[in-house]
Write a protein that binds this ligand. Structure first.
Ligand code: PTT
Ligand code: SF4
Length: 600
């Protein structure tokens, strides 16, 4: 087998053993890698109804057949498990030296099984796997722990970490690497914490098997060159994902004050231009020539790496219009291991509860000091922090405010306000992990075409993007930004894949794999929830019933009936029934006969 190493490393945390299992070409071609491997393994290996924070859950780190190869932006991996935040399938994607080293150590996947009795970290050095005592690391933030491990294992080691939030199993915690890469929004940090694993350190020195290495290197170089020559490259290098803030504000979809509005009066202070003026460093993922981790100094003079989502959620969504203050909240999230999107949602929700007098805590819009305090309260589970640590859905069940709790299926919404973006609302509603923009960022296409319509073309576009982004990119596991942001040709990917593996893949094949992955993820959710209702695929109530009250789109809100029709179209195109359950024949046509048997 070429392209894939064909090996899964299983680490049993209970008896501190590990073993390597091989998988065959058929598995590789059917599920491709990354997310595809993760959902298939979770579907096969998890008992129905496991408690996500129990030792029966499994935490999977999965790379793809392009990961670690000398190709543009190929230094990413997927982390997945049953989510403690949503109760369904959860995953995230992060760029890290750990992805490259994992593949060079000879594996494509690591599965953490059971639970260590005491805090530990895992050291993988090619064939040697050790489970080591982490008592010195436990309690340390991710920056300190990264420094300690880097000192011990060298700067070229790949390191994945949780912070104190993950250790304490806060459900909005994520996994951090390299002081600024983060992945696993639906509580993957908490799952790692539940297993008592502080970190994974990976070193690899082997060659990844490639069908035609010379050709691959040549095509890789061509790709890097094409990216650098793109018209949008220089602007990307200057502002990176932060360029989105000016655009969302101009188009009334910047989440402002808990998504109440789509415009923020201080947007100019926190946008890409403002960031570029005070930028001190640019970092990023391995194997990438687009390095988009823009870093500034925060209110304490410490480095903080900013992305659009972080700033949107911890700035305008909280009414904070000072970029250095936002950077401080962002740095705290990275150090402590909180997901910034969910954290911004949680604090914004608390601010709105406070404004409405629904909680005793006083926390006003724009109050930076109180926002900092709230982060610590969530970490320590103090006051309302105890309930926000379980996510916004949970808190809204306790304090009220379900109509302005901004989540889908329990995962907090990312930084796009969709009062006037029905297509993006559908993308959030049908995201396979809850509410995330990663699978279908249809909003830019939607705003540039027929923004206010609820037509079939839009539904088709949502699905087309889900296939490419949620299927292909999450399984390859390559960064999608060269394609999305500067127009790197999509056709490169099937070509890269064929040269790496020696197998022929067309876009049709990749789309089919994407559909298989989507159907299997949906089956996983249904199995775990016991039933399915189309209301599960609805965006938050606020977008339907509480119109925007500021900006050019004042008065706009989503139309429930029209959204419902779009959802029906979505199900029909996917071959799912009117409740959102994949039909038996759909599953069978995707090669998921065994899944159909279990579901029906
Ligand atoms: C991703 C989500 C995002 S998406 C952002 S900013 W974005 C937030 N980043 C966080 C952070 O930082 N620190 C923190 N403590 N929490 C954070 N939560 C939020 O997490 C990231 C880039 C970005 S920046 C994006 S869009 C793209 N995402 C990709 C993806 O999902 N798949 C893929 N194949 N390629 C992608 N390329 C881009 O990667 P989650 P990263 Mg992230 C500091 O994981 O769980 O999916 O949430 O990976 O290495 O940090 O790169 O405007
Ligand atoms: Fe990482 Fe940014 Fe490069 Fe993507 S474009 S691989 S997120 S540095």
């Amino acid at each position: 087998m070429y392209g894939w190493n064909g090996k899964i490393l299983r680490v049993n945390l209970k008896d501190k053993s590990s073993k390597v299992r091989k998988y065959d070409l058929n598995f590789a071609k059917t599920y491709l890698g990354g997310r595809g491997f993760a959902i298939k393994l979770l579907w096969n290996e998890l008992e129905k109804g496991v408690d996500p924070l129990s030792e029966k859950n499994k935490l999977i780190f999965a790379a793809g057949p392009l990961t670690g190869l000398p190709l543009p932006s190929s230094g990413k991996l997927v982390v997945a498990a049953k989510s403690p935040l949503t109760g369904g399938y959860g995953d995230g994607n992060l760029g890290t030296m750990a992805a490259v080293n994992l593949r060079k150590a000879g594996y494509d996947v690591v599965i953490l099984e059971n639970k260590s009795e005491t805090p530990c970290y895992i050291y993988i050095n090619d064939d040697n796997v050790e489970i080591l005592d982490a008592s010195e690391l436990w309690g340390k933030d991710t920056f300190e722990a990264q420094d300690i491990l880097e000192k011990k294992y060298g700067k070229d080691a790949g390191i994945l970490l949780i912070g104190p939030a993950g250790e304490r199993m806060i459900k909005i915690s994520t996994i951090i690497s390299q002081k600024g890469r983060a992945g696993g929004r639906p509580g993957m940090g908490a799952v790692m914490g539940s297993k008592n694993v502080k970190a994974i350190v990976i070193k690899g020195t082997k060659e990844i098997p490639v069908y035609d290495m010379e050709k691959l290197k040549e095509m890789g170089l061509e790709g890097y060159k094409e990216i650098k020559n793109k018209k949008l490259y220089d602007f990307w290098i200057t502002e990176g994902t932060m360029q989105a803030l000016e655009w969302t504000n101009a188009n009334s979809c910047l989440p402002t004050r808990n998504y109440r509005e789509g415009v923020f009066e201080l947007a100019d202070n926190v946008d890409g231009k403002a960031m570029a003026k005070i930028k001190v460093e640019r970092r990023g993922c391995p194997l990438c020539n687009m390095q988009c981790g823009n870093t500034i100094l925060d209110t304490e003079g410490l480095k903080s790496e900013l992305d659009y989502e972080n700033v949107g959620m911890l700035g305008p969504n909280l009414g904070i219009g000072d970029l250095k203050q936002v950077a401080t909240l962002n740095r705290m999230a990275d150090e402590l291991g909180f997901d910034t999107i969910s954290l911004g949602n949680a604090i914004g929700f608390a601010m709105e509860l406070s404004e409405r007098g629904m909680i005793s805590e006083k926390i006003e819009w724009g109050d930076f000091e109180k926002a900092k305090e709230m982060i610590i309260k969530i970490l320590n589970r103090e006051g309302i922090g105890k309930d926000l640590a379980e996510g916004v859905r949970y808190a809204s069940e306790k304090y009220g405010g379900k109509e302005f709790a901004m989540h889908v299926k329990g995962l907090e919404i990312s930084a796009y306000n969709c009062h006037a973006c029905p297509g993006m609302a559908l993308a959030f509603g049908t995201s396979p992990i809850g509410a995330h923009h990663k699978d279908s960022w249809v909003i830019s296409w939607e705003i540039s075409t027929d923004r206010f319509s609820y037509n079939r073309e839009k539904v088709e576009k949502v699905i087309e993007l889900q296939r490419i982004r949620g299927g292909m990119f999450e399984s390859l596991t390559a960064c999608r930004l060269p394609w999305v942001e500067i127009g790197f040709d999509l056709d490169w990917y099937p070509k890269y894949l064929s040269v790496a593996t020696g197998e022929t893949f067309t876009m049709y094949d990749l789309n089919k794999i994407g559909d298989r992955i989507y159907a299997l993820i949906r089956a996983f959710w249904i199995r775990e929830k016991g039933e399915w209702d189309r209301k599960m695929d609805y965006p938050p109530e606020r977008w339907f019933s509480q119109p925007l009250s500021e900006g050019e789109l004042k008065g706009y809100h989503l139309d429930r009936e029209k959204y419902d029709k779009m959802l029906s179209m979505y199900y029909e195109i996917r071959g799912w029934d009117e409740n959102g359950v994949p039909k038996k024949e759909t599953l069978e046509s995707l090669g998921l006969k065994d899944v159909a048997k279990k579901l029906f």
